[in-house]
Design a protein around this ligand. Structure first.
Ligand code: HEM
Length: 265
């Protein structure tokens, strides 16, 4: 007997859409913060304004290379947070394929700019809170390089199903620093204060989340890819998981906006 899948197959894309709406709001608010609070003052040479935020090193008078790295880093981050989510919209990919290709090239190039400038600041400029978080973000950077390269190559080889999967992985990896903030703030909100957190990011929860902020989304994405071809029951389970991710993303966005970004506008 043929089992009609529409109810279930509708649930999975709807859960993905719910997560997308929360993520787009969160990424664009982060982009607004980066542009207004970091990139614009840095471009105007107003180091004092930037140093009033929670940056580790920030602007240092006379350190031309360091300041340029920071500016390049945050400028790339702003564009990545603006562009990235749009690449995920299937309708936009279909109606504006040339835009998708151009934005994709910009995204992939700027990801590598963010990684290179970030690694320079972490290991050569000394902008790190602790060694474990520095290793975690460096591993994130290495995975970004891998995912971006594979997404690019699969597109050129016209292997679009694989390109889509690698591009989604690249997006989630590039968004690791954003997920880190959302997760930390949601955690603090849910616990009514820090629990397993330290200012050096080496408390038990910090140690889990500095790696989890990009590894957990990769695992969820893998379950989503498998669910697309799985049984209705598995699809429903992954839809529930994605729904939970949507709620947590919305909560994390609200908390990060209220506690981390809004006070600096
Ligand atoms: C994966 C490799 C990366 C490394 C090693 C890295 C490293 C760093 C470091 C060391 C800082 C602090 C600079 C300072 O305090 O002076 C920083 C700040 C920042 N990074 Fe990255 N980064 C990486 C990737 C990214 C990516 C992919 C994005 C965004 C798409 C990003 C967005 C930011 C933003 C917005 C800040 C400013 C922080 C704030 O004010 O909250 N980073 N990064």
């Amino acid at each position: 007997m043929h089992v009609d899948p529409p109810v279930v197959s509708r649930l999975l894309p709807w859960a993905a859409r719910a997560w997308f709406v929360a993520a787009a709001a969160g990424q664009w608010l982060f982009a607004a913060y980066i542009v207004w609070v970091l990139a614009w003052p840095l471009l105007l040479g107003d180091g004092a304004a930037v140093n009033r935020t929670s940056l580790i090193t920030g602007h240092v008078a006379g350190d031309t290379l360091g300041n340029a790295s920071l500016l390049g880093h945050v400028a790339a981050a702003a564009v990545l947070n603006l562009l990235g989510v749009l690449q995920l919209v299937p309708a936009l990919r279909r109606s504006h394929p040339r835009w998708h290709r151009l934005a994709g090239r910009v995204f992939m190039t700027l990801s590598l700019v963010a990684v290179a400038s970030g690694l320079y600041m972490t290991w050569l400029r000394g902008s790190r809170l602790g060694d474990v978080s520095a290793i975690a973000i460096s591993f994130n950077g290495a995975l970004i390089g891998l995912a971006v390269t594979l997404a690019w190559r699969r597109a050129r080889q016209r292997r679009f199903a694989e390109h889509r999967r690698w591009a989604i992985r690249a997006f989630l990896l590039v968004s690791g620093v954003w997920t880190l903030r959302l997760g930390l703030m949601a955690w603090v909100l849910l616990n009514q204060g820090p629990r397993g957190n330290t200012p050096r990011l080496d408390g038990p929860f910090d140690l889990f989340w500095v790696f989890g902020c990009y590894l957990v989304p990769l695992v969820v994405a893998e379950l989503y890819f498998r669910a697309e071809r799985a049984t209705p029951v598995a699809q429903r389970a992954v839809a529930l998981l994605l729904g939970l991710c949507a709620v947590l993303t919305a909560l994390g966005t609200a908390a990060a906006f209220a506690f981390m970004w809004l006070p600096h506008f």
